[in-house]
Design a protein around this ligand. Structure first.
Ligand code: URA
Ligand code: SF4
Length: 214
């Protein structure tokens, strides 16, 4: 099976999965979107209202903000894979339980293994908890650490930054560092650094400067 076929197969399994109670109230499962060879993988928490309706990750208000953050890093959705730690919506957007996280982790692990990204960006404290325990997101956000065969960078959840404006400069700065961190990770993993293809010099239009690596 190609990586694309493996991801499609996983999405199919997720759509009929009954391994945890979250399947009872799901409308659409949200396996995740993106290319099978993505160099950067984002892991959020779980589908919200709009994601449950549409079957795609980050399509609501936090998704709009995520798109701006991706632009800050010079990437688009087509460049990255976006998944969540649970693939079905927790009722009322409550935190997923330990049991639900454990049940869904096999899918996430299979996705990570298939995509084999150089970098994983965790969004929010729940997905950070998959890789790091006993740390505070406010202390470690934006700091890249090697976990197994790849690098993980915890970041604030876009929804948290939307609701707490004090977090906004930090999340913007962390995303802006992504191209540099990706190259750092690639070199450390023995892969060639990505050459800059395009640099848009800011004209005075108030938009963030974009350095695209893809
Ligand atoms: N929040 C998340 O963590 N994931 C989504 O897919 C949407 C909102
Ligand atoms: Fe299965 Fe994950 Fe959905 Fe639970 S959240 S039913 S484990 S796909």
């Amino acid at each position: 099976m190609t990586a694309e076929e493996t991801l499609a197969q996983l999405a199919k399994e997720v759509s009929v999965c009954t391994k945890c109670a979250l399947h009872e109230s799901r409308k659409k499962s949200v396996p995740g979107d993106g290319p099978a060879d993505a160099e950067i993988m984002f892991i959020g928490e779980g589908p919200g209202f709009h994601e449950n309706e549409q079957g795609h990750p980050f399509v609501g208000a936090s998704g709009k903000f995520l798109d701006q953050l991706l632009a800050q890093a010079g990437v688009t959705r087509a460049d990255v894979f976006i998944a969540n730690v649970v693939k079905c919506r927790p009722p009322d957007n409550r935190d997923p339980s330990t049991d639900e996280l454990a049940a869904c982790d096999t899918y996430l692990e299979a996705q990570i293994k298939t995509i084999n990204p150089s970098i994983i960006v965790t969004l929010g404290r729940i997905s950070m908890g998959k890789f790091f325990s006993g740390v505070k997101i406010s202390a470690v956000h934006g700091q890249m650490q090697k976990v197994g065969e790849r690098y993980v960078i915890p970041m604030f959840h876009p929804a948290a930054a939307l609701h707490q404006s004090a977090l906004k400069p930090a999340i913007l700065a962390d995303f802006a560092k992504l191209p540099e961190l990706l190259n750092e990770a690639r070199v450390a993993l023995g892969k060639p650094a990505i050459e800059k293809k395009k640099e848009t010099v800011p004209v005075n239009d108030g938009k963030p400067k974009q350095l695209s690596l893809f």
